[in-house]
Design a protein around this ligand. Structure first.
Ligand SMILES: Nc1ncnc2c1ncn2[C@@H]1O[C@H](COP(=O)(O)OP(=O)(O)OP(=O)(O)O)[C@@H](O)[C@H]1O
Length: 305
């Protein structure tokens, strides 16, 4: 489990993280989302003791990182997959890390097999592709068999096969009871990977809860229709008191399901070229929520002046 309480970090006049409180639970994949510069990387660095908070604290399985007796066995992370020792092979790199942390040599081979790099274990990491480096970064995070895992943008630059592989791996790690905390800008991918969400904007918490609730609570639902007889349908909708908006030659009707709308169109003599229910999506919910947060913060700043 990761527990942040009132976590705050300033860089000069920039408040990168501002009173952030959240929990990432064990046995779940928690997506960490926010616009560029929202404070995600800074938060992750504080979880890992690489940055010191100005206020608040963050606990990993009940302890601040710096008090962990066996950090690599408690928490593993991949923050920047492009780092590697160019002259060392993947196996040498992992064995060196294992040796300096009291982890047996054979664990290096185990994690290389786990991430599918066993056939290139002796190749120098300087010659690795981005996808191979991502896998090596994940192998490094898994080396100490930790209960808590952090991944910052793990699917960046991966091909579709690599993306599916990472998604499955994260689900498997969470199913083993581990805490998996992952940031990504790829919302459709996150929608399939994360079970819980922590969303931040300008260093503050915007949402914490399940993916399902996030999408259901914030997203608009409705039915999209296209018809060459739009006027007839508008009149019928008006008589029924239904709410609708118009986008790109289509009507988006709320408060009616597609069955009722299809019947109404039929009675109004409006031929339908499209009748599609709009269900919530992570992308839509995310855009709505982060936009509000940005506007709110800007208003606050304006009022303070
Ligand atoms: N070492 C630093 N020195 C000064 N300012 C910093 C430093 N690190 C981060 N910041 C600032 O803190 C804010 C939060 O940055 P951070 O990198 O944590 O955001 P992020 O959510 O990870 O963004 P992105 O999605 O673009 O990676 C930004 O305004 C950034 O410019």
């Amino acid at each position: 489990m990761i527990e942040a309480r009132g976590l705050t970090k300033r860089y000069g006049r920039t408040v990168a993280v501002n009173g952030l409180t959240f929990t990432a639970r064990a046995g779940r994949v928690t997506g960490f989302l926010g616009p560029n510069g929202a404070g995600k990387s800074t938060t992750m660095r504080m979880v890992l003791g690489l940055d010191t908070p100005d206020a608040g604290d963050v606990l990993v399985d009940g302890e601040p990182y710096r008090r962990l007796r066996d950090p690599l066995r408690t928490v593993g992370a991949m923050l920047d997959a492009t780092w590697r020792h160019p002259g060392r092979s993947a196996r040498e790199h992992l064995r060196w890390l294992a040796a300096s942390n009291g982890i047996p040599d054979r664990r290096a081979d185990e994690v290389l097999t786990l991430v599918g790099l066993d056939t290139v274990a002796k190749k120098r990491a300087g010659q690795f592709s981005l996808g191979m480096l991502q896998r090596l970064g994940i192998a490094t995070a898994l080396l100490g068999d930790p209960r808590v895992l952090l991944f910052d943008e793990p699917v960046n630059g991966l091909d579709p096969e690599g993306i599916v592989w990472i998604r499955r791996l994260m689900h498997a790690l969470a199913a083993e009871g581990r805490t998996v905390f992952v940031s990504s800008h790829l919302l459709p991918e996150m929608a399939q990977t994360a079970q819980d969400l922590v969303v931040i904007g300008r260093g503050r918490l915007i949402y914490q809860g399940t993916m399902e609730e996030f999408v259901a609570r914030t997203s608009e639902h409705g039915v999209r229709v296209r018809t060459p007889h739009a006027e007839a349908l508008r009149t019928a909708l008006g008589e029924r008191g239904a709410q609708f908006t118009e986008h790109d030659g289509a009507l988006v009707v709320s408060g009616m399901d597609s069955d009722a709308l299809g019947e109404l169109a039929f009675t109004a003599g409006a031929t339908l070229h499209e009748l599609s229910p709009i269900t919530g999506s992570l992308e839509r919910a995310y855009l709505e929520l982060t936009r509000e947060a940005t506007e709110f913060t800007m208003e606050q700043q304006g009022a303070a002046r």
